[in-house]
Design a protein around this ligand. Sequence first.
Ligand code: GDP
Length: 427
Amino acid sequence: MPAIAIIGAQWGDEGKGKIVDLLAQQARVIVRFGGGDNAGHTVVNPRGQFKLHLIPSGIFSPSAICVIGNGVVVNPAMLIGEMDGLSQHGVDISRLLISDRAHLVMPYHILLDGLEEEARGAKALGTTRKGIGPAFADKAARLGIRAGDLLDQGVLLERLRHVLDHKNMLLTRVYGASPLSLDEIYAQYCRYGERLAPYIGEPLPVLEQALAKGELVLLEGAQGTLLDPDFGTYPYTTSSSSVAGGSCLGAGLSPTRLSGVLGVFKAYCTRVGGGPMPAEAKDETGELLRERGSEFGTTTGRPRRCGWFDAVASRLSTLVNGFTAAAITRLDVLDAFASLKICVGYRLNGKEIDSFPSNTFALERCQPIYEEMTGWQTPISHIRQYQQLPAEARRYISRLEEFISCPVKLISVGPAREQTITTGSIF
Ligand code: GDP
């Protein structure tokens, strides 16, 4: 069995959690490879409805090992809360493994995230203010504290003392805020360390063993390709790589071991926070998509910006990720529309273009060019066979397939595991 990366192909919230939960039934290892608790997956399965932020969506699969990879930044308080929540619902969390290389979100990251966002004023990025960006910045700046540091209180104190001097200078001199107490943070993180120690370790041999035995390994993405810091709408992006290339890095898997990349696309588009979204529908179409799709963030509760499927953006996503298969989610949300649109090009400075500009300012000026298709206007959530979908829905999927340039293997018609149409094997 292979290693497959499951990648958000748009601006996140595509329904990756549902797809991972579904495929995890067959997997031995699931590795979350990026982001922090700013991401949120909602999973609906026979055990109930769960909102996960850090723990891989494979945790409900009884035989799977769930790894929080080195590419994730971990807020220990949030993680412990999530672990406790799952345990209270009878979910076995003993198969959780936190990479000792994963960086930690510290109290100053959260404080600075808010202060920096406020300082940006009208140019605020719309971050979740959970300290994720500052934690990744510290990783690059060699100022990070890692999960493995929690296992040695002497190392933790030394690292913390060094970093906190620097952070307190920033807090007090730049932002006029109060300094943070070394003793308090140290004591708090020692407590987290005691609680998390049994779960912290080295995931590389676990991955190696699974692959050697031919068992399925899934790399679970957070956020989406258009929020990737390199390929997304910079600077309105997230801080860690959300594309297929980043999945190997954030999981500790050699790229030569990856055998497939599953792109998860919503049947339309949504985006949370600031930044360009050329096919955003600011009219009653957007309202209807939001209302029918309950498009409010899992982590923040913020209303998501909604619009038609953007084939130009998906072309970039396909190029960057090299999808070998696609999953289309939330097709049922489109049941109500008499006609559907697909954004097939942009108009920029009087010219038509069909590629996604890397320049965010240019992207902000792009006007969508739409192709129109007839809707099916009948409920489809109960359908489990491709051939039973209305002809208009099949035509819509075929058209998306042309833009995505890879076969659509899964079609999701509702949040529950069984509300899925499989058209072919992914592995
Ligand atoms: P993720 O971060 O990519 O996992 O996406 P989110 O969890 O933030 O958002 C996806 C939401 O859509 C969740 O509430 C899912 O339960 C729900 N969902 C997933 N697939 C479908 C679907 O096919 N139809 C509908 N109506 N909801 C879905």
